[in-house]
Design a protein. Structure first.
Length: 417
């Protein structure tokens, strides 16, 4: 499935030779690529982003992959050079030559046709590495030890790649059993709020009243998001985690909190107000929310609060999310997910997946959404996200003019055709 993601670095790590550069690629991507075509995009001497595609299994698909990769680079503001790299399970020894040379040469040709400088074109196989642009590359490749022993990978400013691979965020931390049991109990307590008494009124249990009293101001989803972001990741108590998971299971609250995590309190308040207003109007008109939204969109055009928020959800905006907020939000959600019963996880998994996508972590986003669908194949939001990520969508803010090193820059991940 095509899945976009973005990376950027502000730390300057000097690569004096090709093997030094290969040593820092896992730091640029956040993981060690496998079975991949990776294109590192540059503005001058600074890397702006990384594109990753699954290696095509059929020779006839090489041209499409090469063209798609270079086409995406063309959308990146300020890029003037690239370095394509193939990571393959094949070997120099078996072929007696560099594996995937044909693919590399296609990427080089397409990039040069588009006006980019190709600084190098590299292959990392299981028994060696080499450059398609270096005629002195040995037939058996250079030793992989040159990469492993490079001083560049041990640079203090070089981020440590995730040992769990590209989808490492989908691997949850180990839960505290007692805390998990408490969260599960509180979620059952929250569900009890749906009970109706003999007079037709909503009946709250004493436990639910105690929970709401303990939560205090953070019963409000807007206050909850800010409180969770303000605390140290991994320190949320059972009350806050249960309330987060409970609200994440309700589409209106889930989407508003998701946007607030990424874009700030004002957007969260706007999204929550719009969701409440939309639900009230749908109930008054006897319509589903989706029917109301579709009708009002056709009647009033796209310039509504709802369509503005929808564009943010789809990444159709040059307004960038706040990376620090998103990073903390993902940490908060992973902690809550680890302590939530499995059947309650699809909502928070969708939130975490979308947030990962806003930072450009397509593999993580896809893995999180896929996990939600494994738990509940009929989950609407998970299905919509899976379909959207499957188009190869990349947020517009990744391509906005004036992008800086360290901003989200696009990495596109595409599975086999």
């Amino acid at each position: 499935m095509p899945q976009p993601h973005a990376v950027g670095m502000t730390t300057i790590i000097r690569a004096e030779a090709a093997h030094d550069f290969l040593a820092i690629v896992p730091a640029l991507t956040g993981y060690t690529p496998t079975r991949s075509l990776v294109c590192v995009a540059f503005r001058g001497t600074r890397s702006l982003g990384v594109l990753r595609y699954d290696l095509p299994r059929r020779a006839r698909d090489r041209d499409a992959v090469a063209s798609a990769a270079v086409g995406t680079v063309c959308r990146m503001a300020g890029v003037d050079a690239i370095v394509p790299i193939v990571y393959t399970e094949a070997t120099f020894a078996r072929r007696g030559a560099m594996p995937e040379r044909a693919l590399l040469e296609l990427v080089v040709a397409r990039a040069e046709e588009a006006g980019f400088l190709v600084r190098d074109a590299l292959c990392v196989a299981t028994d060696g590495w080499g450059s398609a642009l270096d005629p002195e590359t040995p037939a058996q490749g250079h030793p992989l030890d040159l990469i492993a022993s490079s001083h560049a990978a041990s640079d203090p400013g070089c981020p440590v790649p995730d040992p769990a691979g590209a989808a490492g965020l989908a691997t949850l931390p180990q839960p505290d059993p007692d805390l998990a049991a408490r969260v599960a109990h509180l979620l059952d307590v929250c569900d009890a709020d749906d009970r109706i008494d003999a007079f037709g009124g909503r009946r709250r249990s004493r436990e639910l009243e105690r929970l709401l009293e303990a939560l205090g101001a953070v019963v409000d989803p807007v206050e909850l998001v800010e409180a969770l972001l303000g605390a140290e990741p991994g320190t949320s108590d059972a009350d806050a985690m249960a309330w987060l998971v409970h609200l994440a299971g309700q589409p209106a609250f889930r989407d508003a909190m998701m946007l607030q995590f990424a874009f700030g309190r004002a957007i969260g308040e706007l999204a929550l107000d719009d969701a409440v207003d939309t639900n009230v109007r749908a109930a008054e008109n006897g319509e589903r929310v989706s029917e109301l939204v579709a009708r009002e969109h056709s009647e009033r055009g796209p310039e509504t609060v709802g369509s503005l928020l929808a564009r943010l959800l789809l990444g159709q905006s040059t307004s960038r999310p706040a990376p620090e907020r998103v990073e903390r939000a993902i940490a908060v959600l992973r902690h809550a997910l680890a302590h939530a019963p499995e059947h309650r996880r699809p909502g928070p998994l969708c939130m975490a997946g979308w947030l990962a996508w806003t930072l450009g972590r397509g593999s993580a986003a896809g893995a999180l959404v896929d996990r939600a669908l494994e738990i509940d194949p009929s989950h609407t939001m998970a299905g919509l996200l899976a379909a959207y990520l499957g188009t190869g969508a990349i947020p517009e803010w990744a391509f906005a003019d004036g992008a800086r090193a360290g901003d989200a820059a696009p990495t596109e991940e595409v599975s086999d055709p």
